[in-house]
Design a protein around this ligand. Structure first.
Ligand code: ADP
Length: 397
């Protein structure tokens, strides 16, 4: 009998859902409810990767949104009866979780303890778990953490150069995120290269609305660009990534901002959007740059230069590069951003093959570099598949 997993990714105003066969990687159902709590709330879904359906759910609350998802699943009894496990994406697992965990009261309390580290994300994840446990009381629920893959980072990579008590007493350190994506594409890269992942040195760049990069030595994360929060590191759609921390006090002192306004500015008004004064969406930036929009061109240049600098420093972290992997919406779909980044990296032996890059590696098993170059690959990420696999595996254990 086929075993399916329901995968839930509960954000503050959206719930992404999918019913996945972890063996075949087939998506039986996938969709999302977005703008929860507002008049524009709606649910969109497709079955068996077919045509999308949409219904408006004005002012739906979180609990009812999840009920709608349950009702949708129950409309297909054959599928519903074969769901054997529920997998939940949880953003922050702190230092407590180095791998996925079956959710019992103790695990749920530990996730609650991590709330202070991720006040924007973990509360929604917890709410999702609580409501889903009521909806599916007979199924086992598993938490899959964005931070878990990076728990192998050594101290010299995860500690900030600030008073050590802040780590000892308040756990202020770098945690890293997008771990499930870095894990998935690194395993795929090893498979494509025909290599044992435990002997593979990779740099994986997840470039979506949020962006992070990971240094992977012998299959393990040894450094990553996001920190205590997902704000650190690369330039992103609306996030600044690395800045001088004194900019905070400078804005407070000179412009009279309060700390919340600064945090909002760095998270929501910066990055591609802030530099270009135009858009956070990479496609819009590329289109505008192609038409000669100066600030859009600058935004793309800053994005790629920062990324290239990180790739250079991660070569130091791993010693030798078996492959650089591009993933996420930008990494998978933007020949322009990949090319602009790799232009800086001749020093590491990267020589782009323009034709393979323009086809995003689709005809070359992901490869976008010339024959004797250090390898760069494009690999579509699939975080939901990792969550589905872990959920079914733990439910059976
Ligand atoms: P999220 O981080 O929200 O999951 P995605 O991984 O879907 O986001 O990535 C969204 C980003 O990918 C957006 O900046 C979008 O413009 C970009 N993107 C998607 N398709 C393309 C494309 N064909 N060319 C350039 N950028 C693209």
């Amino acid at each position: 009998m086929t075993k399916l997993a329901l995968v839930l990714n509960c954000g503050s105003s959206s719930i992404k859902f999918a019913v996945i066969n972890p063996e075949t990687a087939n998506n039986r159902l996938s969709g999302l409810v977005e703008c929860i709590g507002s008049k524009d709330a709606r649910m969109k879904w497709s079955k068996d990767e077919g045509k999308k359906t949409k219904v408006d759910l004005p002012n739906v609350n979180y609990h009812s949104a999840l009920q709608q998802i349950v009702e949708l699943i129950k409309q297909d009894p054959e599928m519903a009866d074969n769901i054997k496990a529920v997998g939940h994406r949880v953003v922050h697992g702190g230092e407590k979780f180095t791998k996925s965990a079956l959710i019992d009261e103790k695990v749920l309390n530990t996730i609650r303890d991590c709330q202070a580290l991720a006040p924007l994300h973990n509360p929604a994840n917890i709410q999702g778990i609580e409501v889903a446990k009521q909806a599916f009381p007979n199924l086992k629920h598993t938490a899959v953490f964005d931070t878990a893959f990076h728990q192998t980072m050594p101290k010299h990579a995860y500690l900030y150069a600030i008073p050590h008590e802040l780590y000892e007493e308040h756990k202020i350190r770098r945690y890293g995120f997008h771990g499930t994506s870095h894990l998935y594409v690194s395993r795929e890269a090893a498979r494509i290269l025909g290599r044992d992942i435990n002997k593979c040195n990779l740099i994986t760049a997840h470039l979506g609305n949020g962006c992070s990069i990971c240094a992977i030595k012998n299959g393990k994360s040894v450094d990553t660009s996001m920190g205590l929060t997902p704000l650190e590191g690369l330039v992103m759609g609306t996030r600044s990534g690395d800045i001088d921390p004194s900019i905070h006090s400078h804005l407070v002192d000179t412009l009279g901002y309060d700390i919340h306004k600064v945090t909002n500015l760095l998270n929501k008004e910066s990055g591609l959007l802030g530099i270009s004064k135009l858009d956070s969406d990479c496609r819009a930036i590329e289109d505008a740059a192609a038409e000669g929009h100066e600030l859009a061109t600058l935004a793309a240049e800053i994005f790629c230069y920062r990324l290239a600098k990180y790739i250079g420093s991660y070569a130091v972290a791993i010693g030798s590069i078996d492959a650089l992997v591009f993933t996420g919406g930008i990494g998978e779909n933007s020949p322009f951003m990949r090319k602009t980044t790799l232009k800086w990296l001749g020093i590491l032996g990267f020589n782009l093959d323009e034709e393979l890059n323009n086809a995003s590696g689709k005809n070359s098993n992901g490869l976008i570099t010339e024959e004797h170059s250090t390898k760069a690959l494009v690999i579509p990420t699939n975080e939901e598949l990792i969550i589905a696999r872990d959920a079914v595996q733990l439910a059976n254990s």
